[in-house]
Design a protein around this ligand. Structure first.
Ligand code: FES
Length: 143
């Protein structure tokens, strides 16, 4: 291989490498459009069942299956919280004596607002959208 062939080879390899990097960076510069997910509301409880204090679990039918959630009366108002622990997805339970949600799997603990107060969970419990409509608590789920 003479010098000219060697330089052509190096040039070709560098062009190919630059092209590969450009292609791999394309999603960063041209992100794929993902349309906003649609939220549909499902009847979860009578308005009368909303607790004036503390926490109450609700079960309701959503898209294709039953769902659970917690209605939590906090100083800031009513919250509807997902029972799914943000660590690895176990279902938390309300501990009335301690006034907190406890996760049975790895000891995660959340306050009444779903804020992490102990254990490994990296994020608070998810807050579900809700509205009161015609005497019913309607809980929103992404569909
Ligand atoms: S799944 Fe809840 S603390 Fe690990």
């Amino acid at each position: 291989m003479n010098r000219r062939q060697f330089l052509r080879l190096v040039y070709g390899a560098s062009v190919a490498l630059a092209g590969a990097q450009t292609i791999s960076a394309a999603p960063f510069f041209f992100p794929v459009y993902t349309p906003p997910r649609h939220i549909r509301y499902f009847r979860a409880a009578d308005e009368w069942d909303i607790p004036r204090r503390g926490v109450r679990m609700i079960e309701f039918s959503g898209p294709g299956r039953k769902f659970r959630a917690y209605m939590a009366r906090t100083p800031g108002g009513l919250l509807v919280l997902s029972p799914v622990c943000s660590h690895l997805g176990c279902l938390v339970a309300w501990n009335d004596a301690k006034g907190e949600f406890d996760c049975p799997c790895h000891g995660g603990r959340y306050d009444i607002s779903g804020i992490v107060i102990g254990g490994p969970p990296p994020r608070p419990l998810s807050r579900l959208p809700y509205k009161i409509e015609n005497g019913s608590l309607m809980v929103g789920l992404e569909v």
